[in-house]
Design a protein around this ligand. Structure first.
Ligand code: ATP
Ligand code: MG
Length: 364
């Protein structure tokens, strides 16, 4: 498998690449995947101009970049939040590339104590980017350690113990912290407030995903019709990562089962084989809806109880499954828990409770 550093590459020799980014194990040694789940990173946009959609965010980032360049100053700290696969890592890595600065990458769960963060802070050069993925998972001790680093570009280090303990104050270079989170609600207010810029990434439209599929089919050197690109986009649940993964699968399917070209028919068949339905729900999503209907009589049900029934951590349900179901109107969030909506019954081909008078969902 070809492994590339997330920054750097053929046309990037003018940029420094910090050694933390060069990895053999796809984690920078720090537990953060630098590549997409399929191990290839060659579909990730390299420049802001290559990014499709998120127009308002792109425009604001462009303004920040222009201003930073004009004043020859580092970017202000930036927080990116939004559901998985919408481009947080993409934006976080495009920005240093645009500025031609170094980028170090780590993630909240791998920073268990201030000493884990310290090398990143002391290594950070003027204007460089420190990207902390899953920043909501930093423990409180690390969070407190990072406050003065973000605000005053200094850290307080305690040396020795007990009576001999003394605190030294260390100055840092002016760096830019980019934090990414799927759960901005879990960030403490003091941490959130220290990010001057905050951007929320939204799900993509079918048109935007069609554009991503079309561009990436070119990169993968596979022929695809416009209608086939739309079919893939429609099933991508508003998420470019899904589009990329479906495109790769459809290409495999086309090579194995057809003549290598992706027609509408090939795309539809390929995704059917992968058990993705017309609205993009996969097996897991349908299981969620069915559990809510059959085990909890349509709700309200708490996410912990749902997770328990499905044997999936509640965090995963909240981050990866529920956002799209909520957005599609298949479920509702109420103060008492999750509720199924009528459209979910219709989608799954189940009789609605009102239909048979028993109040229970029943297959047709
Ligand atoms: N705006 C975009 N235009 C084109 N492709 C995109 C865009 N956003 C994301 N992608 C594609 O989707 C893939 C997933 O995006 P990315 O890794 O940036 O998501 P993420 O928000 O960091 O997800 P996670 O929360 O799981 O870390 C990227 O490799 C890239 O190929
Ligand atoms: Mg990411």
């Amino acid at each position: 498998m070809v492994r590339k550093p997330i920054i750097g590459g053929d046309n990037d020799d003018q940029h420094d690449v910090h050694e933390n980014q060069l990895s053999e194990d796809n984690s920078g040694g720090l537990g953060t995947p630098l590549f997409d789940e399929d191990g290839l990173d060659d579909l990730r946009p390299q420049r802001l101009a290559d990014v499709v959609g998120q127009q308002a965010v792109v425009e604001r980032l462009q303004i920040m970049l222009n201003a930073a360049r004009k004043r020859d100053e580092p970017l202000s700290h930036l927080l990116l939040d939004g559901p998985p696969g919408l481009g947080k890592t993409t934006f976080a890595t495009v920005l240093p590339r645009e500025l031609g600065t170094e980028c170090q990458i780590t993630s909240g769960p791998s920073l268990s104590a201030p000493k884990d963060l310290l090398p990143y802070l002391t290594n950070a050069s003027h204007g460089s980017v420190l990207f902390i993925d899953e920043i909501h998972r930093m423990p409180p001790s690390v969070e407190e350690f990072i406050y003065p680093a973000m605000e005053d570009f200094r850290v307080d280090i305690t040396l020795g113990e007990g009576l001999n303990a003394r605190t030294i104050n260390m100055k840092l270079k002016r760096f830019t912290l980019i934090g990414a989170t799927t759960r901005s609600g879990m960030l403490t207010a003091p941490l959130r407030d220290r990010f001057i810029n905050r951007e929320h990434l939204e799900f993509y439209t079918v048109e935007e995903l069609t554009e991503i599929v079309t561009r990436n089919a070119k990169k993968l050197n596979v022929e695809i019709t416009h209608d086939a690109a739309i079919e893939i986009a429609r099933r991508s649940r508003g998420t470019p990562r899904n589009s990329n993964s479906f495109l790769r699968w459809t290409r495999d399917f086309a090579d194995s089962e057809a003549d290598g070209r992706i027609s509408t028919e090939v795309a539809v068949e390929a995704l059917k084989k992968r058990e993705i339905d017309v609205t993009g729900l996969d097996r897991q999503d349908r299981r969620y809806l069915e559990t809510l209907i059959r085990v909890f009589d349509g709700g309200p049900a708490g996410v912990a109880a749902l997770g328990h029934s499905m044997n999936i951590p509640p965090d995963t349900l909240e981050d990866e499954i529920e956002p799209f179901l909520l957005r599609s109107g298949f479920i509702k969030r109420t103060p008492r828990g999750r509720m199924i909506s009528l459209s979910a019954f219709q989608h799954l081909g189940l009789a609605t409770p009102a239909d048979d008078g028993t109040g229970q969902a029943k297959p047709f």
